[in-house]
Structures are given as C-alpha cells and as structure tokens.
Ligand binder design. Structure first.
Ligand SMILES: [Zn+2]
Ligand SMILES: [Zn+2]
Length: 591
C-alpha cells in the first residue's frame, strides 16, 4: 500500500491495538452522533498513534467539545457494547446509508470494484466498514485514550470537495503508555518546525504567494546555504560535476522521459509558449541526460556524476501541505550517475557510504534502509521488462549486501523507471523521517538512447543512478529544525555570537568586537537596541544562539571575554583569540 511520505512515527504491528484504535473511532463517531445529532460521516481509520474520524456537523467544533465527546465515549465503553459484522449487497448498503452522502460515494466505488460490502453495528451505531474490530467494548481500556485535536480536512483530501471536521485521538493498551505518548507529543509541539521557523525567523509561507511555496527569510537562507555549501563541496570531492538547468521545459522532453505518461498526476498544468506546451519540471533527470548527450562518451570517462541543486515542482493537494515537510516547490540535492554495468555496485556502495557520512555530519546517528521494489500486481504502472527489473532489483540488493547494510523490502514502492533504496533517519525523539533516496534506472537511458563506446569500440547502453541524499532541502531543513529543536550546532547557526552591550557607553566597543568576529568569518550580531540586558539575554536565548557576550565596563577593561555558552549553560572566561579559535574550529569541523 502507498504510504504518505509524511509518516514520522513507526507504525506498530500490533493487531490488538489496531482493533482497539479502530473500534474507538466508531465509538467516537457514535458519541458525536449522540451529542450533535444530524451528523454526516466521512471515514474513520487508524493512524500511527491512534485514530481519527471526519464529520460534517451543524457547527464548528472547538477544543471545549473534546472532553464532552470523551465523556460520552467512556459512557458508551462502559455499556459493554458488542461489535457485530454483516455483509450486504450494494442495494442494501445504499438503503442503510441513505442519509450519508459520503458513505454512498464509497459504496458506489466498492460496488464498482465488485468488493464485499460490510457493516459493523455497535450499539445504536451502524457503520460501513471492512473491520476488524474488538468483539466487545470490554476489550478497550477506557483510561488509555485521549482526543487530542480538531482539524479541517477536505473530503478525500481534495480541496474541491467539502471541508469536514476531523477529530484526532490517541490510544494505547495501557494508561502509562498513553501518558508517555502525550509527553512525547508535548515535546514534539515544542519542536514543531513551523513554530520554531517563525520564532527563529527562518522561513514563511504567504497566502498570496501560494500554499506550499516557501519564502526563506535571511536567517533561514543562511542555514540553507550552509547545508548546500557543505553537501556540494562533499559531492565535488567525490568527483561530481556541478551543472545548472532551467525550471521549465517543453512537453517534448517530458513525453520522451516518460514523465507525461507515468508521472502526470505529479505535475502542474502546462503553460503555452508560442503554441507549444511547457511544464514546470517535476524532476531534473531529463535535463542531465541532455547534458550527457551533448557529446559522445568513451568508457574511460565513466562514471560521470552530474549534480545540481535542482528546484522541482510537484503537484500536492493543499490538504496535505505541511510547513517545510510537504511543499509544492522544493530543491533537491540531486545527482545522476551514469556508469557501466561493471561499475554499478561500486557506485551504489559509494553513494550509500556518502549518505551515511553526510547524515552523520548533520547529527543523525540512527538509520533505516528500505529497498523498494516493483509491485507484482500493477506492472503496467512501471516501465521496462521483467528481466530488466530483476537485474535492477538484484543490483541494489547486491550493493546493500556488499555495504553490509541491514534493510527492509517494501513491495510496490518503486519509482516508475526503476527500484530504489530509501534511507530514513531517526531523530532524537526516535521519530522516523524519510530523507535520502537512491534509484536505479535502466529505462531513461534507453528512452533517450544514451550510449558510450566500450573498450572494443562498440556502442553500449550505460546505467543511470538517481540520488538525492538530503532529498528536498526544504524538508531536510524542517527535519533538522525539529531534530535540534532550533538549537543548531555552531556551523549551522544563523547567528553564532550575540553581543549585548550593557549600556550606550559599551556600544562602540561591542561594534568593534562584532567587526573583528565578522572579519574572522564568524556570524556575529550586536544588539544595539535600548532594551534591558535581561531582555536581550532572553532574546538571545530564544534565538538559540550558541554564544553570547555581555559587554559592560568590566569586560571593556579586562583583556578577556565572559562567554555564555548555550550548550553548557555556563559563563566561561577566555581571551578573544581563544574564543575566535574555538568557534572557527567548530565551523571547520561541522560542529
Ligand atoms: Zn470500522
Ligand atoms: Zn533523476
């Protein structure tokens, strides 16, 4: 099954808990109907940590409604209600859900696909559902769930549809597990990159610019530039060559690449330029292929590795957009490696090793590797023959084995042109984030007739690897903000030193100190506002600046600085030179 790339928390493979959660979504719907009457029901599935249900209600819910609904749910649970399943014909289903337009829509689709239609009845509540459920509400602990929030959700995630009200709940098998989880949610809220992005003045999203389109503020641009510079330098050390390509291209290019045939849903509508259709690019590959084909290549030149910080545009429904994590335009640290069959394993292993090094430098210590292969039942969604897919999938497996990586296999998660390896990181809270991707492509080299001349003078078809190690820079930055809770290591901090003069008499000295630090390539900011020292210290703490210097009479007379170090929550006396050397060392070492 297709999984949202927004998934952040490991989904437990626990059947009993799944049943509890799913049953609670019915009980919640039951309670909502009892309280608010005239309710139209959407869907109510389980999610990573609980469940939700979508409702169309006579009025907008507020957070005050949640305890009321919870109370009603507990009352229902105490009644030892049984869940009874019944299978019905489409005609019976239409009758049973006659007042439920959303359910009727679902029934129509189930009937069209010839699927079994089933209902679950629990007490006075009847719901179209495939199950499974608990047998009796006795199996549901009434102190291990909590309704957490209300959100707007378009029916089926499509903004053209009516907006429903979604109530989220979390549920576990025991009360301590619930309490732990609630604590974790609170911590996650403090780390939310949308909140921190605003507080730290990193980025904004403006309605007039459009949802899912990010504006990077000066401090955010510094952070992002540091990330970009670091990876580009590492890639170039590994023999990658930088290329640059445009944001749009003629439909001719995307027809040839297969994107218009297999990826059109992910692309925006075309624009007309002198009678020809142009598309915003969803991927950079076809452009890099054109660059490869600019000249003839001999086997001696391979592997060729083209890299680009390429900005791509992919269609996302507004309902799924989420801060920096899911956007409509984003920049990939993309690269395409063109190589011979013999070079394939070395190149793959090289990319995975480089990924690990890069992600570790950014402070991630734990990884999860997933091999995504073609689905068995929907081969028509993929380009290429069985033989080619087998070769490609075996190629990736071999590289993972040679590199001694543990991995999981996910079926049906491959890209239309080939299988892929995804690398996920675990952040400090143990949340899982999909970051890096490495894809093997035997299709586009064929479609574009890419060749090289082998050592016997024969024309041969190369392989192509697509790889983006940070994935999207927007998403990666979002993950990084949450991982560090905004307290970035020195080399990434938009402000590295915050200088606070105590009074007007200390302005000049502070400014000169700031100048000295800036000349040493240290990002220093001097706060010349007229607020109190205490206020400025709090401001610096809120901005999570790694080093703070308060400058008063004592500091001006003395040869040394009193350095407040964020990481140690302490003040240390050191000479200006020691201080500068310390920061420069951290910057050079990506610390
Ligand atoms: Zn159900
Ligand atoms: Zn590509």
């Amino acid at each position: 099954m297709k999984q949202s790339n927004n998934r952040t928390i490991e989904r437990p493979n626990n059947e009993k808990l799944e049943k509890i959660r799913h049953s609670l979504s019915h009980i919640m719907a039951h309670a909502v109907e009892d309280i608010y009457k005239d309710v139209k029901f959407g869907i109510g599935p389980t999610i990573e940590d609980g469940f939700y249900y979508d409702f169309e209600l006579p009025r907008l819910l507020t957070n005050e409604d949640l305890p009321k609904i919870e109370k009603m749910m507990k009352k229902l649970l105490a009644q030892n209600i049984e869940f009874k399943k019944s299978e019905v014909t489409p005609a019976e289903a239409n009758q049973r859900s006659i007042k439920q337009p959303y359910k009727l829509e679902l029934i129509k689709e189930l009937a069209k696909d010839g699927q079994t239609i089933s209902y679950y009845t629990s007490g006075g509540f009847d719901d179209l559902c495939a199950g499974p459920h608990v047998n009796n509400t006795r199996e549901i602990p009434s102190d291990a769930f909590k309704l957490t929030r209300i959100a707007g959700a378009y029916w089926r995630g499509d903004e053209k549809n009516p907006q429903l009200q979604r109530i989220y709940g979390v549920a576990f098998e025991t009360k301590p597990e619930l309490e732990n989880h609630l604590k974790m949610l609170e911590e996650a809220k403090n780390r939310d990159h949308r909140k921190l992005g605003q507080e730290l003045e990193l980025f904004m999203i403006d309605e007039e610019v459009g949802p899912g389109l990010v504006l990077w503020l000066p401090k955010g641009a510094i952070l992002r530039k540091e990330i970009e510079n670091f990876v580009l330098e590492e890639y170039q050390k590994k023999g990658y060559q930088l290329v640059l390509t445009p944001h749009i291209a003629s439909q001719k290019l995307f027809s040839k690449s297969g994107h218009l045939g297999f990826y059109k849903d992910g692309m925006y509508s075309p624009m007309d330029i002198e009678g020809e259709q142009y598309y915003a690019k969803p991927m950079n590959c076809p452009f890099h292929i054109k660059i490869y084909k600019h000249t003839n290549h001999s086997y001696r030149e391979l592997p060729i590795r083209y890299t680009e910080l390429g900005t791509v545009y992919r269609y996302e429904k507004s309902g799924v957009l989420h801060g920096l994590l899911r956007v409509r335009g984003f920049t990939q640290d993309d690269a395409h490696i063109i190589c011979t069959e013999e070079q394939l394993t070395d190149e793959l292993v090289g990319v995975i090793d480089l990924t690990k090094y890069i992600l570790e430098t950014f402070g991630f210590a734990k990884f999860k590797v997933v091999l995504s292969i073609r689905g068995k039942d929907n081969k028509k969604n993929y380009l290429g023959s069985d033989q080619e897919w087998k070769l490609a999938e075996e190629g990736l497996k071999k590289a993972l084995t040679v590199g001694k990586w543990d991995y999981e296999v996910e079926e049906g998660e491959a890209v239309f042109y080939g299988p892929k390896i995804d690398i996920k990181v675990l952040d400090v809270m143990g949340r899982e984030w999909q970051i890096s991707t490495l894809q093997l492509d035997f299709n586009q080299p064929k479609r574009f007739d890419m060749t090289y001349i082998d050592n016997e003078g024969n024309k041969k078809r190369p392989f192509m690897l697509h790889r983006a190690l940070l994935g999207s820079l927007e998403r990666f930055t979002g993950v990084l903000i949450e991982h560090y809770a905004g307290a970035f290591p020195t080399w990434l901090s938009p402000i590295q030193v915050y200088i606070i003069p105590v009074g007007k008499d200390h302005f000049k000295f502070s400014e000169e100190l700031g100048k000295t630090l800036k000349e040493a390539n240290i990002r220093a900011e001097v706060d010349l506002n007229r607020e109190t020292v205490g206020y400025k210290i709090r401001k610096s703490e809120k901005m999570k600046v790694p080093y703070m210097l308060v400058i008063g009479d004592k500091e001006m007379k003395s040869k040394s600085l009193n350095v407040r170090i964020r990481a140690h929550k302490e003040v240390k006396k050191m000479t200006q030179k020691t201080f500068v050397d310390r920061i420069k060392k951290e910057i050079v070492n990506n610390k």
